[in-house]
Design a protein around this ligand. Structure first.
Ligand SMILES: *Cc1c(COP(=O)(O)O)cnc(C)c1O
Length: 377
């Protein structure tokens, strides 16, 4: 069986160091907001190339705290991709603002700057970009649009730790950036965790307070805050894994490059390798096919796990009934066609070859070919 992602294998190499770190934390007698979190914040800010990092409880809370810190709420429109993992949309609605969905470029899967322009009104306050599947969004035109309309740009970097755009890492490409350290992410904890990075000192001060009851100083509440703290144990584990993040992203790139070079099947559209390969950290290797059910069944028979990211577009979710009759044809087609193949930094060459072989062997019985129009770029 080739597992989609074995977290046990991903973390095996760190086990001894994790044990030591765990003992250090237990013996310190200090478990929340202490030296480990402080040190991780410095190290992660340094890694991203920002002045500040604020450790928080998870990626969704990171997004929510950021929107709160900027003061966005009822009456405000926030632009977000229509084909995203749901968290950024949840964060926008949680603060009372309105998510304005914008379709992606179907080749890159990231938000289409031209389509962003068309949705800007006097109510628009910010653009949330998602570096989906590990590929950096087209930041220059997004930042230009934001500059012209005086909007904030927020990165959702939960799938793209370490990806580099024109010499700078995700986390440093906008006004602020949210990260998740959910175990399956490129930088994953042994539980939940998240962070916000920014160069804005005033914003960072506010976030440090907001994550901790709104108190910049113990028992003094400047804001009506939250308990959205990163704990010492997770920070200690993350410090260990951060040292290896670039190596592990390189291992992902190597597998993706092999897949792209050796997979050949007319029924399958492979993801695009960006011209600058540093822009992709391959959180997921997502192919498209109009014969997804058949392909998934075929891979399963070969003992290869695959997953769909994501089966239902946000606007068709029951949680967002008010958007159910809106139409986002590119997103709908993407959600109908995408399939994620196994790709992890600890995948063996044999496993990589078995996945390639299976993809190349997949044939479609002509009568069940589901022809669909090519997506317009
Ligand atoms: C995982 C993820 C999140 C949410 O992170 P959690 O830590 O699970 O809350 C946000 N955005 C994207 C794009 C994600 O993939």
């Amino acid at each position: 069986m080739i597992e989609f992602l074995s977290l046990k294998k991903v973390n095996e190499a760190y086990e001894e160091r994790f044990q030591k770190a765990a003992s250090r934390v237990i013996e310190s007698g200090w478990y929340v907001l202490g030296e480990e979190v402080n040190s991780f914040e410095k190290e992660y800010a340094n890694y991203c190339g920002t002045n500040y990092c604020v450790g928080v409880s998870n990626g969704l809370d990171a997004l929510k705290l950021l929107l709160k810190a900027y003061g966005f709420g009822p009456g405000d429109d926030i632009i977000v991709p229509s084909n995203t993992q749901i968290a950024p949309i949840l964060a926008i609605s949680e603060v009372g603002a309105k998510p304005i969905l914008v379709e992606p470029n179907p080749i890159t899967f990231t938000i289409d700057p031209e389509k962003v322009k068309a949705k800007i009104t006097s109510k628009t306050k910010a653009i949330v970009v998602v570096h989906l599947y590990g590929r950096v969004a087209d930041m220059d035109p997004i930042r230009q649009i934001a500059f012209e309309h005086n909007l904030k740009v927020i990165e959702d970097s939960a799938q793209a730790h370490g990806a580099v755009y024109k010499g700078s890492r995700t986390g440093s490409l906008a006004d602020a950036s949210a990260f998740s350290f959910y175990p399956s992410k490129n930088l994953g904890a042994i539980g939940d965790g998240g962070a916000i990075t920014t160069n804005d000192g005033v914003l960072a001060e506010k976030l440090f307070a907001l994550r901790n009851y709104g108190s910049p100083k113990k028992y003094e509440n400047l804001y009506r805050g939250y308990n959205h703290r990163l704990d010492e144990m997770q920070a200690a584990f993350l410090r260990i894994k951060l040292q290896d993040l670039d190596t592990r992203n390189d291992a992902r790139r190597k597998i993706a490059t092999t897949y792209l070079r050796e997979m050949k099947n007319k029924h399958i559209i492979l993801p695009e390798q960006p011209a600058n390969t540093a822009e992709h950290v391959w959180h997921l290797f997502v192919i498209r096919t109009s014969n997804r059910t058949e392909l998934q069944r075929f891979l399963n028979e070969r003992g290869i796990e695959s997953m769909i990211h994501y089966p239902i577009p946000p606007h068709l979710q029951q949680a967002y009934k008010e958007m159910n009759n809106e139409s986002y044809p590119i997103s709908e087609q993407i959600h109908d066609e995408v399939l994620s193949l196994p790709l992890s930094p600890v995948q063996t060459d044999e496993e990589t070859q078995a996945v390639i072989q299976a993809i190349n062997d997949f044939v479609v019985i002509e009568s069940v070919i589901h022809e669909k129009q090519e997506l317009q770029v």
